[in-house]
Design a protein around this ligand. Structure first.
Ligand code: 7TS
Length: 412
């Protein structure tokens, strides 16, 4: 450990809030470096889920009894917190989903169905997660529309100049990731949104990775849609958020039909509920949605700025040491980068390193990270990815580096 410290963040106290960090894996203390896949949950979030089931489990909105009221109030409190957390103008613009994937699909199957026609163009990038590729591919195939791709350079950055050239009067949508889950690159979404709007296109931001690391203000960014997942922000799995500008959400056709999303149903015709309920058919994931507020309260009680500073130091510290390993190549060297280090080592398959690290209790992710086109662009089968959270320590980075050294010795 060198003298790199993040003095403002009391990591030991933070670690105490996460029960899982006490466990052993394969006889070693857990070193959890797979936070981009899902972050661990503080006890307050776990308690919020069990408090609901123990204390006021009831279906929301429809009940008039006391527990239904309590559950509804807690559920809607999350919506208000989210609206503030991402700077939305109104909590009516906050739609609860299962996660980022469902949010993007919701837009593709509603806004896309209504607005994309033959010959229209949708722009994505070469670094997108499959969940921001496949829904648009399906839509383009159905509509005879064109999917255009912004290329990624050797450092893992998007070419802004090429992006501007891809924009045409036919461009209807730009759907872009704010922080790459494979590279850590922070994309200049503000500039992308501005250019796209000048060309008359709408913009969806995939905030799956950015919402936990960056300050988000959707009004300031002026994005049309923003999707993220609760589980990557220390909240539960199975709940996520789609933000959309009110006028767009109001004009879009419905997604799923069922209870709650209706105003009045007759066999002749159905009228739909107002926002945001129009897009929330059926009983939602009540417990996890309530606990998502607890997760956001937890993050805000520590402060995103301090967390980010700490994580950036961890990335720098890990990068410096990993780069010294012979044959190791960092994938993703963007100037503006957060939260993770991806790398490959000559003549070693990433999954072999991952398996050996797991034997040492170190959890990293290996493979294509659901970004197969990006792996193809770098001509690699996948990477080893160490991704950081507020509770990771410099000692854990040391353990990772020592583990990689050991793995290389065994495998080469
Ligand atoms: N977009 C990005 C940029 C992501 O990183 C992920 C998940 C998704 C979308 C999909 O999110 P979900 O919650 O709907 O599944 N990324 C990862 C990952 O990097 N490893 O596991 C999941």
């Amino acid at each position: 450990m060198n003298n790199t410290v993040s003095p403002a963040l009391d990591v030991n106290t933070i670690r105490d809030a996460f029960p899982i960090l006490q466990r052993q894996v394969n006889g070693h203390p857990l070193v959890y470096l797979d936070n981009a896949a899902t972050a661990q949950k503080p006890l307050s979030v776990i308690d919020a889920i069990s408090d609901y089931y123990k204390g006021y489990n009831a279906n929301i909105h429809r009940g008039i009894h006391r527990m239904a009221e309590e559950a509804t109030t807690a559920f809607e409190a999350t919506r208000k917190t989210i609206a503030r957390f991402i700077g939305a103008a109104s909590s009516d613009e906050i739609i609860f989903t299962r996660g980022t994937t469902e949010g993007i699909n919701l837009v593709a199957y509603t806004w896309g169905k209504q607005n994309i026609n033959k010959g229209d163009e949708i722009i994505i990038s070469e670094m997108e997660h499959h969940s921001n590729i496949v829904p648009w591919q399906v839509l383009c195939q159905e509509k005879n529309a064109v999917l255009k791709i912004i290329p990624v350079d050797d450092n893992g950055e998007l070419s802004f100049e090429i992006f501007k050239k891809l924009l045409t009067p036919h461009t209807k949508l730009v759907s872009i990731v704010q922080v790459s889950n494979s590279l850590g690159t922070v994309n200049p979404v503000r500039e992308i949104i501005e250019e796209a709007h000048k060309a008359g296109a709408r913009v969806l931001i995939d905030g799956a990775q950015s919402s936990v690391h960056l300050d988000i203000n959707v009004q300031d960014l002026d994005c049309d849609f923003f999707a993220f997942s609760g589980h990557k922000i220390y909240g539960p799995t199975g709940v996520g958020v789609l933000y959309g500008k009110k006028d767009l959400l109001e004009a879009m056709p419905v997604f799923q039909g069922g209870g709650e999303m209706i105003n009045e149903v007759t066999f002749k015709q159905t009228t739909y509920n107002e926002l945001p309920y129009k897009y929330e058919a059926g009983t939602p994931n009540i417990a996890d949605t309530i606990a998502l507020k607890t997760a956001i309260d937890f993050v805000e009680s520590i402060g995103k700025d301090l967390i980010r500073e700490h994580e950036v130091e961890l990335v720098k510290y890990a990068t410096r040491q990993l780069e010294d390993i012979s044959g190791l190549r960092i994938i993703g060297k963007a100037n503006n980068k957060v939260s993770l280090v991806s790398f490959v080592i000559d003549n070693i398959h990433p999954s072999d390193i991952g398996t050996l690290l797991d034997n040492m209790g170190i959890a990293v992710r290996t493979g294509h990270h659901c970004t197969q086109p990006l792996m193809k662009r770098f001509d690699i089968p996948g990477t080893v990815r160490a991704s950081f959270a507020m509770y990771n320590t410099f000692e854990e980075v040391d353990a990772l580096v020592a583990g990689v050294h050991k793995a290389v010795k065994i495998l080469l």
